[in-house]
Design a protein around this ligand. Structure first.
Ligand code: HEC
Ligand code: HEC
Length: 207
């Protein structure tokens, strides 16, 4: 019984992912539909803008940027908030308010926004250097040489130090809010100093 349910869930997940890819490809080929999706999202993201900013550059350090994020990652994040694999009090409710179509439009909209340089004080150079080395050896294979990610791998360049530190600590602590993430195994390789060096390095990466 459990297995059947699991198989069904996997089928639904991959059906939704390919549905997303189809819809995104259709948008890319059709300027009129692209404009429509963008306009529809612009209205809907009023719900999100207080926290994530109208252009996806977040308004608070503990809230992630959505600007320039890969649409597939954004879409997957909505799915995880909807089905409860990823837990956050606000985001579980916000994601459940959106229809499939709205999630596609919103993922497209935020992926098109530009990430602004951070306004916090620039981090210490030696720390940034250490972070760059750790990143190149442990993280770049999945997140890309410039931390821009691709497909389901998130862009992490230009997020705030506070958010990055918090996210990495959660993975290190095997926090149940991020259950099932491939980052749990990665974070087990990091100590406190790595976390602060990586967060410093990633936060100051320019678009
Ligand atoms: C009250 C503030 C608030 C509002 C409103 C809000 N969010 Fe969020 N959002 C957050 C916080 C905080 C997180 C980080 C939670 C976590 O770590 O899982 C987050 C995480 C996310 C993520 C995951 C990003 C990542 O880098 O992993 C996505 C996608 C997202 N929000 C989209 C939206 C959308 C779309 C809306 C509007 C429909 C919205 N949010 C409304 C606060 C908010
Ligand atoms: C095996 C591939 C892989 C490696 C290696 C990897 N990551 Fe990730 N990372 C992912 C995936 C996939 C996600 C998104 C989904 C999730 O958390 O389950 C992610 C998510 C993240 C997030 C959360 C992003 C957000 O917006 O909430 C951060 C921060 C992060 N990774 C940093 C790193 C750092 C720093 C390293 C190197 C120490 C690293 N990752 C190495 C695959 C990887």
């Amino acid at each position: 019984m459990g297995r059947v349910v699991l198989l069904w869930m996997l089928l639904c997940a991959s059906a939704q992912a390919s549905e997303l890819m189809e819809r995104l490809a259709a948008l890319e080929q059709d300027p009129a539909r692209r404009e429509q999706a963008y306009a529809a999202a612009q209205e809907r993201v009023l719900l999100c803008s207080k926290c994530h900013g109208k252009d996806g550059n977040s308004t608070r350090e503990h809230i992630p940027n959505l600007a320039g994020q890969n649409p597939q990652y954004l879409f997957d994040a909505f799915e995880q908030y909807v089905d409860g694999q990823r837990t956050d009090f606000v985001m579980n409710q916000a994601a459940r308010l959106l229809t499939l179509n709205e999630r596609v439009n919103i993922a497209y909209y935020f992926s098109q926004q530009k990430v602004l340089p951070r306004t916090e004080a620039a981090p210490d150079k030696a720390l940034v250097e250490r972070g760059a080395q750790r990143f190149a050896s442990v993280c770049a294979t999945c997140h890309g040489a410039n931390a821009l990610g691709h497909d389901g791998f998130p862009r992490i360049a230009g997020q705030s130090r506070v958010y990055l530190t918090h996210a990495l600590q959660r993975y290190r602590n095997k926090d149940p809010s991020r259950a099932g993430s491939p980052m749990l195994a990665v974070a087990a390789l990091l100590d406190e100093d790595d976390v602060s060096a990586l967060s410093a390095y990633l936060s100051q990466l320019q678009p």
